[in-house]
Write a protein that binds this ligand. Structure first.
Ligand code: NAD
Length: 345
């Protein structure tokens, strides 16, 4: 295992600190005695212990004031995958991350911890206990993932221990937990509209859903174990709950916890997949006449019906990572936090 070197200065900046993961990161960093700057396009919360810098990460001029005197930068900003905006993903995740790297170097930042994604190696086909040695997807599942690959390559390629600038990428998968604006609210909306009746496949496909506190723990460990002689320098790490769960079991547990019915009918994976392909072709043909944004896409079918879980052995070995919250506790905490979305019984 690498040596843990607590930074001489515990001053850090969280880029994207107003987002779901970012806010949890900020709270934990404050608990651990870090002094925290948040750089984001918006101020997502109030906290008098945090110094907010509002700006666009694509602008070095905006970034530089937020990086002065800072030892570690956590970069967890990204446009939402659901925005489906190719140009925006490229501008922020790829070009913007290059700007972040330049600004870090100019400001004398020593460490950059990037939030990447385990989807950088996923092509819509089963991955069971996949390690970080698997190659990047040649056919990424969407533009968002395409730019997460470019982003990770830029960050790891910028690792430069000789010049006292080291980088690491953390690859979480399916982050969930209190205050997530996406996963649980969307599940509840879908259940309310009566569209949560079917599961795709046989319901046995294991995936990683990772509790936000475990993801945060992985990031902070990475920052503390990252230094110029450490094995972490220039590498990517999966951070998971180390407890893959069948996709539909997870969905059902959350829905039942909130008094909604779990999906009970099964559609064979191949049937669902080709139906989604057929619908996408239809939407493409009709696109000059009507604009439709289908939700039943081949990519979503693949995510719901295949195995995609990852090994976190490398993180255990190099930084002593171990999840801090079990899957059972994580689901319980999440369900409790969404009490306001509970269906009246
Ligand atoms: P989020 O949308 O809640 O937060 C992202 C934050 O980035 C937002 O506050 C947004 O304002 C900010 N941002 C976006 N563009 C910006 C710009 N140009 N300049 C400054 N700030 C900008 O997203 P999240 O779910 O917290 O995800 C955090 C990170 O984790 C992202 O990098 C995402 O790719 C990665 N990730 C998320 C998941 C997941 O399941 N949520 C899974 C794997 C990886």
């Amino acid at each position: 295992m690498a040596t843990r070197i607590r930074p001489a200065s515990k001053k850090c900046t969280v880029i994207g600190g107003s987002g779901f993961l970012g806010q949890h990161m900020v709270e934990r960093l404050l608990d651990k005695g870090y002094s925290v700057n948040v750089f984001d396009m918006r101020q997502g919360f109030e906290n008098e212990r945090v110094h907010f810098f509002i700006g666009d990460l694509c602008s070095k001029k905006d970034l530089l004031p937020a990086l002065q005197g800072v030892n570690v930068v956590f970069h967890c900003a990204s446009p939402a995958p659901s925005s489906d905006n190719k140009e925006l993903f490229y501008r922020v995740n790829y070009t913007g991350t290059r700007t972040v790297l330049q600004a870090c170097k100019e400001a004398g930042v020593q460490k950059l911890v990037l939030t990447s994604s385990a989807s950088v190696i996923f092509e819509g086909k089963d991955i069971k206990n996949g390690s970080e040695d698997l190659p990047y997807a040649k056919k990424p599942i969407d533009y968002y993932t395409e730019t997460k690959i470019l982003q990770e390559k830029e960050v790891l390629g910028a690792n430069d221990p000789a010049n006292n600038f080291v980088t690491v990428a953390i690859r979480p998968h399916g982050i969930f937990g209190p205050r997530d604006p996406q996963l649980v609210p969307i599940m509840v909306e879908t259940a309310k509209s009566g569209k949560m009746k079917f599961m795709i496949g046989n319901g046995k496909n294991l995936v990683d859903f990772t509790f936000v506190e475990n993801v945060v723990h992985g990031h902070i460990l990475a920052a503390e174990y990252l230094h110029k002689d450490s094995p972490l320098s220039g590498k990517a790490y999966h951070i998971t709950n180390d407890d893959p769960i069948p996709f539909w079991t997870f969905i059902s547990r959350v829905l039942i916890g909130l008094n909604y019915e779990a999906p009970k009918y099964k559609i064979p994976f191949v049937l669902a997949y080709y139906l989604a392909v057929f619908l996408s072709i239809l939407v493409m043909i009709l696109s000059p006449l009507v604009k439709i944004k289908p939700t039943f896409t081949p990519m979503r079918v693949a995510l719901a019906g295949t195995y995609h879980y990852y090994s976190c052995e490398r993180a255990k070995k190099d930084m002593g990572y171990k999840p801090v919250v079990s899957m059972d506790k994580a689901v319980e905490k999440t369900v409790q936090s969404y009490a306001h979305l509970k269906k009246a019984s």
